[in-house]
Design a protein around this ligand. Structure first.
Ligand code: BG6
Length: 487
């Protein structure tokens, strides 16, 4: 790692992500003294705007999106002075020259570029930077998703950027990797002795990963329709979580070691076919209903026309390697679910032989379950068997919970925005929590097999009323195997 970049250049600075996440994160880093001295933020968007007008917008966004006790006038005024605004249209080379002037004399102290724009602008922006002489050996570039809509288009995006930047300069963002709870999966697996010996097909019956959201389209019609839940959530966030849960132990916590292991497991995902998608996948789309007591409209009504885009997907996946042979991974995500809830459930197998069995009597013996709640609560719960107190000759077992609330254990520590971690790592040049090109391609390869299968099998979306965990076929997907979703 080198000295942190002294300049941060943000494209898409007037967009929603910048206002909600990127500026509040930069502000928090400044407030905690984590930005280099003399740090400069050059914000760029297509609209013409003065520095001052833009700074006002940033301060308004900070007031809106930071918790009230976090916003401090003094820090905000210091933050303002760090920001300059430069209008840039990716198609106009002279505007890149003006941008270069803003950064003049600072390039050798490191430049981190952040692309929060539609991916069609990634390559032209990179070219504009190159033509303006802004790409040096210590220039880094971060890209938001989506990186393509399938393997072929993701290759195009990566080729466009890869022609001008080396892989160790490219930081592909998956904001789930910036979440403490996702990083904590590494701590849980590799910082404790008791899980790893059991973390395989010998002891695990199945795994569930759920990422439920209560929101609907949120005005993102132009992006979301035609994309759908599989590409929007599974291709990136869910597969990243899955890879961390299932990878082999990396030799050390460094970008190459960790990402080598992740890519290996992503490549071991069993491709789906037109035949297997029929039983191993469910596509759903929300219709009107009620979410947490509020009446909401259906997807097609929000869109203003019928659509075959899925807002819910459930999958039964297999990883074809030694460790995971035969273990089903049930994955699901959707909008307009009953709760915003992300969690991983590890269902262990029953004990090999029950010593408690008595003819004609139930003993209460159940297999162990590990539940890792990623959000909104943050906890790890292990359901274990315990003897119910009493003098009965017949032992009665009951499930009790070993409950680790991370919120309580780390009370008093501020919960950080995922982007704080990611921006800090980008500035420092640490790629561990960013997605490497081969990972993106392995992810798309598997997703493409599902999309192709859906097309070939002509699988249409099944309706579900808002406020439910998807269509009933999603329940059947898991229940026919004798398991059920943990809601
Ligand atoms: C984004 C998706 O990547 O993640 C959105 O495009 C989704 O559709 C969001 O709402 C969920 O992120 P989080 O952090 O709120 O779980």
């Amino acid at each position: 790692m080198t000295e942190p970049s002294a300049t941060f250049l943000l494209f898409g600075a007037t967009g929603d992500l910048a206002r909600r996440m990127i500026f509040p994160s930069l502000y928090n880093l400044l407030a905690d003294g984590l930005l280099p001295d003399d740090f400069l933020i050059v914000a760029s968007g297509r609209s013409e705007m003065s520095d001052d007008a833009f700074r006002e917008e940033v301060c308004a966004a900070l007031r809106q999106f930071l918790p009230a006790d976090r916003y401090d006038d003094e820090v905000a005024s210091q933050f303002r002075t760090m920001i300059g605004y430069q209008p840039v249209d990716a198609a106009k080379p002279d505007q890149f020259a003006a941008l270069a002037q803003r950064i003049d004399g600072r390039l050798e102290r490191g430049l981190s570029v952040y692309l929060s724009t539609p991916p069609s602008l990634f390559a032209p922006t990179a070219q504009g930077l190159a033509d303006a002489g802004l790409i040096a050996a210590n220039t880094r570039i971060a890209m938001e998703k989506p990186i393509g809509k399938d393997l072929a288009s993701s290759k195009q995006v990566n080729d466009g950027i890869g022609a001008l930047f080396a892989e160790d300069q490219i930081f592909r963002v998956d904001h789930y990797l910036g979440k403490e709870t996702v990083q904590n999966l590494l701590a849980l697996r590799f910082g404790n002795v008791m899980f790893e010996p059991l973390w395989n097909t010998g002891a695990i019956d199945h795994v569930q990963i759920t990422v439920g959201e209560t929101v609907g389209l949120e005005g993102r019609v132009s992006y979301y329709d035609g994309v759908g839940a599989l590409r929007d959530m599974v291709q990136n966030h869910i597969l990243q979580i899955l890879s961390i849960i299932t990878m082999e132990p990396p030799a050390r916590m460094d970008p190459t070691a960790v990402r080598d292991e992740k890519v290996k497991v992503l490549r071991s995902l069993r491709p789906m076919t037109a035949e297997t998608v029929k039983t191993n996948s469910v596509r759903g789309q929300y219709t009107p209903g009620a979410v947490q007591g509020e009446i909401v409209t259906g997807y097609a009504d929000e869109l203003g026309q019928p659509s075959d885009t899925e807002t819910f997907v459930a999958l039964k996946a297999y990883i074809d390697n030694w460790r995971w042979q035969g273990v089903p991974f049930y994955l699901r995500t959707g909008k307009r679910m009953p709760a915003r809830q992300s969690e991983i459930l590890i269902q262990f197998k029953p004990v090999r032989h029950s010593i408690f069995w008595r003819a004609g009597h139930g003993t209460g013996l159940e297999p162990n379950t590990l539940i890792i709640r990623l959000q909104p609560e943050e906890y790890i719960r292990l359901l274990i068997m315990s003897k119910r107190p009493g003098l009965e000759r017949q032992v009665h077992l009951e499930e009790v919970t070993l409950d680790v609330s991370l919120t309580a254990a780390f009370a008093g520590q501020r919960r950080r925005i995922a982007y704080e971690r990611l921006i800090l790592d980008l500035l420092a040049g640490d790629q561990t929590l960013f997605v490497r090109r081969d990972e993106v391609e392995a992810q798309w390869t598997w997703i493409d097999s599902i999309i192709d299968g859906w097309k070939e099998a002509n699988m249409k979306v099944a309706p579900y009323s808002s406020g439910n965990w998807g269509p009933s076929s999603a329940i059947a997907l898991i229940e026919r195997d004798g398991a059920s979703w943990h809601d």
